[in-house]
Design a protein around this ligand. Structure first.
Ligand SMILES: O=C(O)C(=O)C[C@]1(C(=O)O)C=C[C@@H](O)C=C1
Length: 104
């Protein structure tokens, strides 16, 4: 494997795309790690209604927006990504909790 190149060290589209592919892999590894905790959360919560936790969601979004600003990223883009992720997680958790209750 070739060493990572800084943006300014990339001379071709292929150079840039190799770095984007490397970063996508790293991001997916982190999403997979986060997903493991969401699965665990679904095991800990006891009622499907607990899956949607508005206070926690707004706290996460607030943190993500601030971290984005600190990194000079677009905070609206970050919020959109996180809301999509969290909305998906809510349904995922609801499904796990409801199935467990039905099986009892
Ligand atoms: O913190 C929780 O309670 C979670 O279940 C995690 C999470 C998230 O993906 O960050 C998902 C659903 C909740 O409504 C809030 C946050």
């Amino acid at each position: 494997m070739t060493a990572a190149k800084l943006p300014a060290e990339c001379d071709t589209k292929d150079d840039v795309r190799a770095e984007i592919d490397r970063i996508d892999q790293a991001l997916l590894n982190l999403f997979a790690e986060r997903h493991g905790y969401v699965t665990r959360m679904a095991e800990i919560k006891t009622d499907p209604h607990e899956a949607f936790d508005p206070a926690r969601i707004e706290a996460v979004i607030g943190k993500v927006r601030q971290l984005s600003l600190d990194l000079d990223l677009d905070e609206d883009q970050a919020e959109l990504i996180w809301r999509t992720l969290i909305n998906w997680n809510i349904n995922y958790e609801k499904g796990i909790i409801a199935a467990r209750k039905r099986a009892k």
